[in-house]
Design a protein around this ligand. Structure first.
Ligand code: ADP
Length: 782
């Protein structure tokens, strides 16, 4: 069909004008053939489209290219397309005003003959903006999903994977592969336990059936055998019509949490065990005393069940008599000191009374009411034992007191006749006797003296154990003391044909401050034992200085004999009172077994030690040390007691008139004979009444008052005299005469107003000393 060229031109123009896109047609020389109004509008060209026909498109670009934000690129791309004449779609042109234009290019051919270019432009600003926004949004959500610290998987209603984040599957290829697959596919592919897939499948079914989310914990073991725990949750998502759209699976690695939970559980279990198996009673209670928790030991001790105890008041377990202690002492201590300890009495269900030793602590955790943790121990048996012990001690103390009393009485009973025997013997010795009689009297004197020594030993030990020994502190020469003591034993040793040596490593004189009498007593005991237990050989006394400072000296002595010796296993017991090494010792050698006990005590009282080395049939060596102060360093009195006294006392006091109150005839006779020897006038009263009457009638310089007398005791008589109206009589010096040698008794005499006392048996010197002391202090009162 022949078409009119003009008509087709008009058609073409009309067609291009009505195209929905901005369009331009250029010829092979880039000259514009046609463009439409939309093109002009798009690029802001003011001219009408017809005016631009024949215009070179490059000129047009040069004129209007200013609106493009990237002119150079656009121009080079244009050039490229003009030259290559290639078809192009989707070239993007960005305008400075922000619009985005998409361009298409088509080369135009007629029967393989190139005739020009068709350019079409579309303003796709809005579309691209929306697409960009969508992309951004997608990236945003993907970012979240990819970075969320949980594994996320989206499933189709048929339980096929639609999406999973890198936490769920870290391998990107695997992630891609899994899309559209199931858990079963995954398990097969990875060689995992199908049970996991089956379990998930079952849960999936349940969720779709129940139409609600479901969560569970999954334990997985990786190739290395490490176990991990995951919390999984699946939530169904429905569309508006209520049809299942997808299922969101959400999982979290809870291995760390699980391990902590397990540890907490374990340690909780351990503490529970501690609580449950503890032998101590443990409970907690609130600030009113209401029991919150009790352990089995608590229940068992109180004979109640946990249910019975929990919720009940602790006070209800306390006996009525002690109830107030809870509120008055216990609770305030808990509140103020945050702890309390002590003893509570409690009653068991069967009414048994228990003693509980408790130690309780106040606990105050934030956001929790304060409470008390209590630990207690049943000490009922211990308390009972203590009570029994106390009772036993009381009995022992009472026994000891009874023993002491017995000793006092004994000493009195024995000392009274003893003083008679010794006194009379002394008088007898002063009379004219033939040799035989003199011998008998001497024997009598020795035996009596021996007996008195034993009594004195018993009393001495009694005093030592009661801590009543008071040591003297006087200066004395230790060498003189040793020599005079040795002299006493020289005769005994010679009698037994024993040599007696003194190994003096100290020197000729060595003055110390201490108790010379006690030193002699120690030497006496050891030397007499040595002589007693030795039948042949020698006895050696050694004295040396072990340590010496300006103030003190530690002296070392030993008494070595070649006697019977002692078995090693007896060496300790010989220092026990009333104990001898062998059963036959008393029979063979006599003695009471008191000497070494007293000796040891005396030595220890003087900061010394005693020890023994002995071999049976070879002999024994008794060592001892004593620490003496050196003279000039103590308040020592310079009094040398080692001076031997004259046998009779010559009276320097003048003629005194003495009242002798004494019920015992022999003692009367003794005292009277001494007093008469001094030239004193003596009146005798045989009891307290007579004494008081005589004082009323006559004038006396001094009264010797026996304590134990019939009718009226010496104490009562003394009190009556002290209460007399006559001032002179009231103040007559009174000396108590007593056979009671126990310490503390003298306080009673002083309390009754007596001035001094003398223990029977006494000798002439002692009596004279006391009379002098009392008489002179009366004459020169302080
Ligand atoms: P006593 O001599 O009165 O028995 P002691 O207490 O002085 O009491 O001594 C206790 C015991 O120690 C003696 O009975 C004796 O068995 C033993 N004993 C003491 N000194 C010696 C010694 N020098 N040789 C052997 N045995 C001794």
């Amino acid at each position: 069909m022949q078409v009119d060229k003009n008509l087709s031109d008009i058609w073409l123009h009309a067609l291009v004008s009505s195209l929905p896109d901005a369009t331009m047609i250029t010829d092979q020389h880039r000259n514009i053939l046609i463009l439409n109004q939309l093109f002009c509008d798009l690029f802001g060209i003011k001219q009408a489209p017809e005016e631009l026909a024949g215009y070179n498109s490059s000129d047009l670009l040069a004129e209007h290219g200013g609106i493009l934000s990237d002119l150079a690129n656009v121009a080079s791309r244009l050039l490229n397309l003009y030259e290559t004449r290639q078809q192009a779609d989707g070239d993007i042109l960005r305008l400075r005003d922000g619009r985005i234009i998409v361009r298409s290019h088509r080369p135009i051919h007629i029967k393989d003959h190139f005739i020009g270019h068709l350019w079409s432009y579309q303003d796709e600003t809005e579309k691209i903006r929306i697409t960009d926004q969508l992309k951004e949004q997608k990236a945003f959500y993907e970012d979240i999903l990819n970075n969320i610290p949980a594994d996320i998987a989206i499933f189709s209603p048929t339980h096929h994977y639609l999406y999973m984040n890198p936490i769920a599957i870290s391998d990107a290829d695997l992630r891609k592969w899994l899309i559209g697959k199931t858990d079963a596919d995954y398990c097969i592919m990875r060689g995992k336990d199908m049970a996991i897939a089956e379990k998930r499948r079952a849960i999936f079914k349940k969720i779709t059936a129940d139409k609600c989310e479901h969560s569970w914990e999954e334990r997985l073991i990786n190739k290395k055998g490490e176990e991990s725990y995951h919390l999984r949750r699946m939530s169904p998502v429905y569309d508006e019509a209520g049809a299942l759209k997808l299922i969101i699976g959400y999982g979290m690695d809870i291995t760390g949490r699980k391990k902590i939970e397990e540890q907490i559980l374990l340690s909780e279990r351990r503490y529970r065990d501690l609580f449950n198996y503890s032998q101590a009673m443990i409970c907690t209670h609130d600030m009113e005393g209401r029991l919150l928790e009790v352990n089995p030991a608590f229940c068992e001790t109180l004979e109640l069940t946990e249910t019975q105890l929990t919720g009940s008041l602790l006070q209800s377990l306390i006996p009525d008599s002690d109830k107030s202690m809870f509120e008055d002492i216990y609770l305030p201590s808990i509140i103020n000191n945050k702890k309390a300890k002590g003893l509570f009495r409690m009653l068991t269900a069967s009414g048994r009374r228990l003693y509980l030793l408790y130690q309780n602590y106040y606990v105050n955790h934030p956001d929790q009411p304060p409470y008390v943790v209590a630990f207690a121990q049943d000490v009922t048996d211990r308390i009972k034992a203590e009570k029994e012990l106390k009772a036993a001690k009381k009995t022992t103390d009472e026994n000891a007191r009874a023993k002491e009393k017995f000793l006092a009485n004994m000493s009195h009973e024995i000392r009274t006749p003893m003083s008679g025997i010794l006194g009379i013997t002394a008088l007898l010795q002063k009379t004219l006797l033939n040799n035989e009689q003199q011998g008998y009297v001497n024997l009598l004197n020795d035996s009596a003296q021996n007996l008195l020594n034993i009594i004195n030993d018993i009393l001495d030990l009694g005093k030592i154990t009661a801590g009543e020994i008071v040591l003297e502190k006087i200066e004395f020469d230790i060498i003189t003391k040793i020599s005079s003591t040795l002299k006493l034993f020289q005769v005994n040793a010679a009698d037994k044909k024993l040599a007696l040596y003194f190994d003096n490593q100290i020197g000729n004189r060595y003055t110390v401050t201490g108790d010379p009498t006690r030193f002699t007593q120690i030497l006496n005991n050891l030397l007499s034992n040595a002589i007693k237990f030795t039948h042949s050989g020698s006895i050696e006394l050694y004295a040396g200085i072990e340590e010496e400072t300006d103030d003190e000296a530690v002296l070392h002595f030993y008494v070595k004999d070649s006697g019977i010796g002692i078995d090693e296993n007896k060496l300790i017991q010989i220092f026990q009172p009333f104990t001898q090494a062998y059963a036959e010792t008393t029979r063979k050698y006599g003695g009471t077994g008191l000497g070494l006990a007293i000796t040891q005590n005396l030595i220890e009282l003087q900061q010394g030690q005693i020890w023994v080395e002995s071999k049976p049939r070879k002999g024994s060596t008794f060592h001892f040390t004593i620490t003496y102060a050196k003279p000039g360093n103590t308040m020592a009195q310079s009094l040398n007691t080692s001076v031997s006294r004259p046998s009779r006392v010559s009276n320097q006091l003048g003629q005194l008139k003495v009242l002798l109150a004494e019920d015992n005839d022999i003692n009367q006779l003794l005292a009277k004979s001494i007093l008469q020897y001094w030239g004193f006038e003596t009146k005798v009263a045989t009891n307290g009444n007579e004494a008081v009457q005589l004082v009323r009638k006559e004038q006396f310089d001094i009264i010797l008052m026996d304590i134990q007398m019939p009718e009226k005791s010496g104490i009562e008589a003394a009190m009556e005299i002290r209460a007399m109206a006559d001032k002179q009589k009231q103040q007559i010096p009174i000396i108590a005469l007593t056979a009671n040698a126990l310490k503390g008794e003298e306080m009673k005499y002083f309390a009754a107003g007596m001035n001094d006392y003398l223990t029977k048996p006494f000798n002439e010197h002692e009596l004279y000393t006391v009379i002098t002391r009392v008489y002179q202090s009366k004459r020169n009162p302080l």
